[in-house]
Design a protein around this ligand. Structure first.
Ligand SMILES: Nc1ncnc2c1ncn2[C@@H]1O[C@H](COP(=O)(O)OP(=O)(O)OP(=O)(O)O)[C@@H](O)[C@H]1O
Ligand SMILES: [Mg+2]
Length: 269
C-alpha cells in the first residue's frame, strides 16, 4: 500500500478503488487501485510510473485520457468524473503517432484544429511550438520515418500535444524507441518545456535513470494484479542537469529505486 500525498492542495488526478477485468472477470488486471496527484498551481508536477510489462501502466493513462473506463471504481480529474471535468489532457505514445501524409507543421496544427482557431494564428502557434521543441527548419517535411528521425517524430508529437495547452500531459514510454544520445537530449528538451508550460506530467518509463532524472515523485507498480506498492520522492534540485546526474545523491536514488523494482518483481509473480 502506498500513502499518497494528500495536503490542502487541490487534487488533479484521482483513482478510487479501480479494478479492471477482462474475459468476464477471469482475467484481473487491476485490483482496488488507488492513486492521487495533487495540482501545484503555477508549477505543475512531474510524476513517473514504473512497473513491469503488463502491470497496467498504459491502461491507467488511457483512463485519464478518457479513452477507456475501468470495470469498477472512479477516475476523477479535479474531483469530477473525466467526461464532466473539462480538464485538457494530451497524450504522447511510444509509437510514432503523427499523420505521415501531413507535414510537420500540419501535424502540430492538428492539436488546435478542433478549437476553431483561425488558420493564421494556428500557423503562428505551431511555428512557435516547433521552435521550442527544436524542429525549426523542418516544418514542411512529411512527418514520416525516415524523412524525420525517431527523435524528431517524437518532438512533433510533443509539440502537437502542447499546442492545446494541456493541464495534464500523459507520456507513455515516449523515448523508449530512441538511441541513448537522442533520449538524453529529449529528456532535457522535455524538462525545458515542462518548466515553461507547467502541466502535470504523468510519465511512464522502464528506465530508472530517466525516472529519477525527470520525476518529482516515482510510483512503482506491482503486477498480477496491478497496484501501486512504492512511492519514492525525488529530492533533487528543481532544475536538473548533468551535474545533478553525476551527484552522489542521484546515484543513491537510482539504487534505491532499483532495489524496490527487484523487490516488486518478486511480488508480481
Ligand atoms: N482488451 C483486452 N483484453 C484482454 N486483456 C487486455 C486487453 N487490453 C489490455 N489487456 C491486458 O491488460 C494488461 C495491462 O496492459 P497495459 O498495456 O496497461 O500494460 P503496461 O503496464 O502498459 O505494459 P507495458 O510496459 O508492456 O507497456 C496486459 O496484461 C494486457 O494483456
Ligand atoms: Mg504500456
Amino acid at each position: 500500500m502506498v500513502t499518497f500525498k494528500d495536503t490542502a492542495l487541490p487534487n488533479i488526478i484521482e483513482f478510487r478503488n479501480l479494478s479492471q477485468t477482462y474475459d468476464g472477470g477471469k482475467s484481473m488486471i487491476l485490483k482496488d487501485l488507488n492513486f492521487l496527484v495533487e495540482d501545484k498551481p503555477g508549477q505543475g508536477q512531474f510524476v513517473v510510473i514504473l512497473g513491469a510489462s503488463g502491470c497496467g501502466k498504459s491502461t491507467l493513462l488511457r483512463y485519464i485520457a478518457g479513452l477507456q473506463k475501468p470495470t469498477s471504481g472512479e477516475v476523477l480529474l479535479r474531483d469530477k468524473p473525466v467526461e464532466q471535468s473539462g480538464v485538457r489532457a494530451g497524450m504522447v505514445f511510444q509509437q510514432y503517432s503523427s499523420l505521415p501524409w501531413r507535414t510537420v507543421l500540419e501535424n502540430v496544427e492538428l492539436g488546435l484544429d478542433y478549437k476553431g482557431v483561425e488558420e493564421k494564428e494556428r500557423r503562428l502557434k505551431a511555428q512557435e511550438m516547433l521552435e521550442l521543441v527544436g524542429l525549426a527548419g523542418h516544418e514542411h517535411k512529411y512527418a514520416v520515418y525516415p524523412t524525420l528521425s525517431g527523435g524528431q517524430l517524437q518532438r512533433v508529437a510533443i509539440a502537437r500535444s502542447l499546442i492545446a495547452n494541456p493541464e495534464i500531459l500523459l507520456m507513455d514510454e515516449p523515448f523508449g524507441a530512441l538511441d541513448i544520445n537522442t533520449r538524453l537530449q529529449m529528456q532535457d528538451m522535455l524538462e525545458e518545456v515542462w518548466l515553461k508550460f507547467q502541466p502535470t506530467i504523468v510519465f511512464v518509463t522502464h528506465d530508472i535513470e530517466e525516472a529519477v532524472y525527470l520525476g518529482d515523485d516515482i510510483y512503482i507498480m506491482a503486477a498480477n494484479p496491478g497496484r501501486f506498492v512504492h512511492h519514492v520522492t525525488v529530492d533533487l534540485p528543481f532544475n536538473r542537469n548533468l551535474e545533478v546526474k553525476h551527484s552522489v545523491h542521484f546515484n543513491e536514488l537510482v539504487r534505491q529505486v532499483e532495489d524496490k523494482m527487484i523487490e516488486v518483481s518478486a511480488m508480481s509473480k
